[in-house]
Design a binder for this molecule. Structure first.
Ligand code: GLN
Length: 202
């Protein structure tokens, strides 16, 4: 694939996303400035600490450029903290005092939804666009989607029904971390969306 995928590299597990893309043979570019967004066909916002990532987005003047990037139709995918940063709202009980959000997904998320007892866990999830077999989903101090707005599609749910993967057009969020497993299907699917947009790297 000749497309380049950008991975926001301000904080969090961006290196794991870049490695997953490279294993697929897709060139990955670490994005730290507006210029780095030039010509990338899709953008991944990694897991990490959503408050920190949001504040760094402000500090590096990336909030409006990423919103503009989304308006071009190029896909954006946030994993875990990335899902939180993409959301329109964070449950007030779990929202940090200053928690900048991109507001590109019409959802409310609840941060650290599994409490300290189940800080991290794995389970098999059926993820709609990937079909069977289920994906091994890794959750680390993960959020859940507590309110799904109209126009937002749920791509995967926990066995108890809570949504953990959502999509609104070209904006996708997962509460889990496909970049931490050997299963590259989610990255491959995201790259196919980027390819459909067909934006060539600068
Ligand atoms: N708990 C983190 C947050 O709220 C997200 C954890 C993660 O990205 N693995 O930002």
């Amino acid at each position: 694939m000749s497309l380049t995928i950008g991975v926001l590299a301000l904080q969090g597990d961006f290196a794991e996303h870049c490695a997953a893309l490279r294993r697929l043979g897709v060139p990955a570019r670490e994005v730290r400035t507006v210029r780095d967004l030039d010509g990338v066909a899709g953008l991944i916002i990694p897991g990490g600490e959503s408050t920190t990532i949001g504040r760094l987005l402000e500090r590096f003047d990336l909030v409006e450029p990423i919103r503009a990037f989304a308006r071009t139709g190029r896909p954006i995918w946030g994993t875990c903290a990335g899902l939180i940063v993409l959301a329109r709202e964070v449950d007030p009980e779990t929202r940090a005092r200053h928690q900048p959000l991109l507001g590109l997904l019409d959802i409310t998320v609840r941060r650290n939804a599994f409490g300290s007892q189940r800080e991290s866990f794995e389970c098999d999830l059926l993820v709609e666009p990937l079909g069977p077999p289920p994906l091994r989903a890794v959750f680390i101090r993960a959020p859940v989607v507590s309110v799904v707005g109209p126009g937002v599609e749920v791509l995967a749910r926990l066995p108890d029904g809570r949504p953990v993967a959502v999509r609104a057009g070209n904006v996708i969020g997962t509460a889990f971390h496909p970049e931490l497993t050997e299963d590259l299907r989610f990255h491959a699917w995201f790259c196919s969306l980027a390819e459909a947009g067909n934006v060539r790297a600068a």
